[in-house]
Design a protein around this ligand. Structure first.
Ligand code: GP9
Ligand code: MN
Length: 628
């Protein structure tokens, strides 16, 4: 009897602690909840996490230890969540292991710590006191038998699996894609988030510790021999001292350019740019992103390195030393800024932007976001551009500014009032709704051009527009083949669908043209830096200046596929790039080779070198500026 009465002490602790955690998640952290499922996960997770943790107490042989464990678990758990809350009040973000060691953050926090602590915070410790009292009163505690212990363990495992299953259902590839911290906390709770963060961190750390910079000479030699050109392109310095305005166009693929849906033009403004004499339009430009999506496109663009095969480099290696475009532009006194109306911690941007030397990040907090001016992922692109102009006008010139649009994001929602063309009609709502949102973005970019002109920011700038990655995945191949009027989407077609638009618009320049060069996001850094008149001979990158004839001639994708001037290699098949014809394999000295083999090996090598740089954080051993 006595036993039974004492049985639920760890359960009582779980309920009290779970309830408190839920209240903090729901009302103290500003966690966005988009549907009932998310509400549900957020509600059950605190109780499950607490039960799993406090449930461990049953395994202590000595009952006094059991009670001690519950007491201290309660206190430490409360402190963990409370430190996060204080940190959140200052940074609207959750603590990561690297941040714990970031002295600058600690200093920022230190000065304002008093203003971050509220009197009512004392209430968060009430349940600690209650449990402390109950465990003290419980005296000897309970000796659980084997069945009781196993029951607690099995129930913990079932609940935990259920929680992770729901989380994965709600956000597929939650762990491998390493999303935003808010997503992790929202789906698995703050405690498992910290465990996840610690595991990622220790993995990253060990790879970094083993590196010593000895790898660099070989990589440099490869770049010197195979990638870098010895001469400057004819357009070197063409945009010297001009502002660079870079638009990252969400999910924009090339197949919509100069195309129609239901007889209507999809992108009238971008189409007009393809014919504009001040514009270079690259029609064979490929995105090179992997799981990190937009963040990968930013990573490749700014660094001319390859993204990771798993997860987002922005997240896994956000604390590395880089030598990115904003930093190199400092050589010509450029000020750099990113404008993006999303949480600053999304894709860990707030952390990695510092490493990339981005001077100002205008995140969601700089925008007025209301129900009326939002759709899907947040602020509508037209409002976003309009609200960005006052900030842009204030930037020191010349500036390098990046604009990351949001409206044309899966699931491509748009209100009737913003819709200029009707959806397509196929079995895929994703593809159907893609067209009206693409048109909306096209109009938003056109309006942005007008705003730049009205605000005297146009003439002295170059405007670059790039699709960040595909918006229509292979899951929609049936609808896509119907739209493109093809029998099926072959692996070759799939690769060709990875083309995204890339424009360089130079007001006043008259010799722009459509370029059929095979190009990719990895080429942007050398291309733009050379246009700005910045010498890159000391830099390490895997792309080429697109205005140079002396290029390596292929674009490698993260999975080892590639597109060269002559071939497309994917799914182990070598195709003729122009005709899409499969090329038969030839045998040479018993080795099976295709015309693609040679480039395949080069791509493989580049991917390995790029990984070595990122995983080993090798740029910390390189003093780029002293070479300059
Ligand atoms: C979010 C935006 C979209 O900030 O960059 O991210 P995505 O899902 O396209 O990677
Ligand atoms: Mn994107």
């Amino acid at each position: 009897m006595n036993r039974l009465a004492k049985m639920p002490l760890f359960v009582t602790a779980s309920i009290l602690f779970g309830l408190k955690t839920y209240i903090i998640y729901r009302f103290m952290f500003n966690i966005g909840l988009d549907n009932t499922m998310q509400e549900f996960i957020l509600f059950v997770n605190p109780f499950i996490a607490a039960f799993v943790f406090f449930g461990l107490s049953v395994w202590f042989k000595k009952t006094s230890r059991q009670l001690k464990f519950i007491r201290y678990a309660m206190l430490i758990g409360t402190l963990v969540i409370y430190f996060n809350l204080v940190f959140y009040r200052s940074f609207t973000d959750f603590i990561t292991v690297p941040q714990l060691f970031q002295t600058s953050n600690a200093a920022d926090l230190g000065s304002s710590i008093l203003s971050l602590i509220k009197v009512y915070d004392i209430l968060f410790f009430v349940d600690v006191v209650i449990v402390w009292y109950l465990t003290k009163r419980a005296g000897a505690g309970v000796q659980y038998n084997r069945r009781g212990k196993m029951f607690a363990l099995c129930l913990s495992l079932v609940l935990l699996t259920g929680n992770f299953f729901l989380a994965e259902l709600e956000r597929p590839q939650l762990f491998s894609r390493a999303f935003d911290r808010e997503y992790l906390v929202k789906n698995i709770g703050i405690f498992y988030y910290h465990i996840y963060d610690a595991v990622v961190h220790s993995k990253v750390k060990s790879q970094r510790v083993l590196a010593d910079g000895n790898e660099l000479p070989e990589i440099k030699e490869y770049i010197q021999e195979n990638i870098r050109s010895s001469k400057q392109s004819e357009l070197f310095g063409l945009a010297e001292d001009r502002n660079i305005i870079f638009i990252s166009a969400e999910s924009l693929q090339s197949f919509v350019i100069n195309n129609t849906v239901n007889g209507e033009t999809i992108t009238p403004f971008l189409n007009s740019l393809t014919e504009d004499k001040s514009t270079f339009y690259f029609e064979n430009f490929y995105h090179q992103t992997q799981q990190g999506k937009t963040s990968d496109s930013e990573f490749v663009t700014e660094n001319s390195l390859y993204p990771s095969s798993r997860g987002a480099v922005f997240f896994t290696h956000g604390g590395n030393e880089y030598h990115a475009m904003p930093e190199m532009l400092e050589r010509k006194d450029y000020f750099s800024a990113v404008f993006h109306a999303n949480n600053k911690s999304f894709w860990n941007r707030d952390q990695i932007y510092e490493q990339l030397h981005v001077d100002n990040f205008f995140d969601k907090e700089f925008y007025e976001v209301t129900e009326d001016n939002s759709i899907g992922w947040g602020l509508k692109d037209k409002d976003y551009f309009a609200q960005s102009i006052p900030y842009l006008k204030e930037l020191p010139q010349p500036f390098y500014s990046k604009f990351i649009t949001l409206t044309n994001h899966f699931p491509f929602e748009l209100g009737e009032e913003d819709r200029s063309i009707e959806p397509y009609n196929s079995n895929s709502n994703t593809l159907n709704n893609y067209f009206p949102t693409v048109r909306y973005m096209d109009e938003a970019i056109e309006e942005f051009f007008e705003l730049l002109k009205e605000n005297n920011l146009y003439e002295n700038s170059i405007i670059v527009i790039m699709g960040d990655h595909d918006g229509i995945s292979a899951n929609h191949n049936r609808a896509m083949s119907m739209y493109l009027d093809k029998d099926e989407i072959t692996p070759y077609d799939h690769i060709q669908l990875q083309r995204v638009p890339f424009f360089i618009h130079i007001p006043g320049y008259e010799e722009g043209q459509v370029m059929d060069t095979v190009a990719g996001q990895i080429d942007i850094k050398p291309t733009l830096l050379h246009l700005a008149g910045i010498d890159t001979s000391d830099d390490m990158y895997f792309g080429n200046d697109l205005f140079h004839d002396d290029r390596k001639g292929y674009i490698g994708l993260r999975n080892g596929d590639f597109i060269s001037e002559d071939y497309v290699s994917t799914s182990g098949i070598c195709y003729d790039r122009e005709t899409g014809e499969e090329l038969t394999q030839q045998s040479e000295e018993s080795e099976v080779i295709t015309p693609c083999t040679e480039v395949e090996e080069l791509v493989e090598k580049e991917l390995q070198y790029s990984d070595a740089i990122i995983y080993g954080d090798l740029f910390r051993f390189e003093d780029f500026d002293s070479n300059n």
